[in-house]
Design a protein. Structure first.
Length: 184
């Protein structure tokens, strides 16, 4: 099904396909595809480029969409893994700069197969159930494969749709995710 694709695909890209095989007496062998994920540095980069072009054309990265937030904020929604160095660093730096800021933490996986859905669900929940000044989505560095969830179409669209201004800090300075382009 086209809507389940991780983004635009192009001939020659390497992908990991998970599915269920089926053998039918009349129609022969078929596979019901459950997920498709680009693999390998080149395929991940190409998929991100194709998706970036598509979302740019839709205006998701447009400067005029960017919103400001109170500085310093009094209540922050934080989407990251509670086990990560990024989580500990964020809390440490925040408390050293400003005291008394309330953090509402949404503990999610930041890589792997369930990361995309967990991040999207956390963003949706924070947008519907909390009064927050800003949402921050963060994780440390890693390979393109490790950071892939933050360039997935589902996560980018959830960030762009957030009614609460959203900041994204993913990876190192040299790493750029599509989520960062969609964030405020």
């Amino acid at each position: 099904t086209v809507f389940m694709l991780p983004g635009p695909l192009e001939e020659g890209m390497m992908v990991k396909v998970i599915g269920s095989p089926r053998l039918h007496q009349t129609f022969g062998f078929s596979i019901t595809v459950k997920s498709i994920t680009p693999v390998g540095e080149g395929s991940i980069k190409k998929a991100a480029e194709l998706l970036q072009a598509k979302l740019t054309a839709e205006g998701l990265f447009a400067t005029e969409r960017k919103r400001s937030f109170p500085y310093p904020p009094s209540r922050i929604g934080l989407v990251t893994s509670g086990e990560s160095a990024a989580y500990k660093d964020f809390l440490k730096i925040l408390s050293s700069r400003w005291g008394g800021i309330e953090i509402v933490h949404a503990d999610v996986q930041v890589q792997g197969e369930s990361a995309v859905q967990q991040i999207v669900s956390a963003l949706n929940e924070l947008n519907t159930t909390r009064e927050l000044d800003v949402i921050v989505v963060t994780r440390g560095g890693g390979s393109a494969d490790d950071l892939h969830a933050f360039s997935s179409e589902q996560v980018v669209r959830a960030i762009a749709a957030s009614r609460i201004p959203t900041l994204v800090a993913i990876g190192h300075e040299v790493d750029t995710s599509l989520s960062e382009l969609a964030a405020d």
